[in-house]
Design a binder for this molecule. Sequence first.
Ligand code: NAD
Length: 264
Amino acid sequence: STKLMEGRRGLIMGLANDKSIAWGIARALAAQGAEIAFSYQGEALKKRVEPLIASIGMNQMIECDVGSEESMDALFAHLKETWGSIDFLVHAIGFSDKNELRGRYVDTSRENFRVSMDISVYSFTAVCQRAAAMMPNGGSLLTLTYYGAEKVMPHYNVMGVAKAALEASVKYMAEDLGKDRIRVNAISAGPIKTLAASGIGDFRYILKWNELNSPLRRNVTQEEVGKSALYLLSDLGSGVTGETHHVDAGYHVVGMKSVDAPDI
Ligand code: NAD
């Protein structure tokens, strides 16, 4: 049987280490025959990313800071030169000053609001512009979001506001790019222990709370996010666009702590 991603080429942005959600997605896509290029932020990450991608038979890695237009232009110029076109893109990038991922949202500074929106929201729009220009045969674009966009979660603060804007941008881009057979979706992942998550105040408590109160009574893994990403990025998801798909053990449907859930 042919693999779901055979003959498909694409870019994964936001691989930092083997705990990254980007890594769960990379493995799921590689196992189905995808050819993947990776972008990473800053030379310091290069040593970590290089052996990881080699372990799944990939070797294309390009430095890119999504805060810089020049850096993104250089990334896509490189892809244009080596591949000409692409079929998919994964944006697994977010950033906020961790000093503001605790305490109150109302105390957010103008500067961190600006940076959080720029790196966590606008960068997806900026890469979609460039990726869409390289998708003559259509394609699939995917970003990562969190339930803190929909409901107030402790300490998530300005990132919740940024994720709400990110989810709205997914809908607008789904409409803009649908005529070109390009789909745009988000996965709303449950809490997973990663480098970015460790910056959120009381993250261990959030993990425990979700484990005890989600319908599946556990947390999700990078592998599970990877499998759902495969669905959205392959032909399995061909009828799906503008969607925020929850991969959170069902936590988003719960309205109240279950009577049988133990206290933390
Ligand atoms: P991670 O730390 O492994 O990945 C975050 C990535 O963002 C890193 O690779 C980092 O280099 C990159 N990044 C930050 N600023 C950048 C910049 N200016 N230019 C280029 N890259 C930049 O953590 P993760 O949890 O895998 O995060 C991936 C995505 O998943 C984020 O959007 C995050 O908000 C989202 N998410 C995470 C969780 C969770 O619980 N871990 C839940 C839902 C959504």
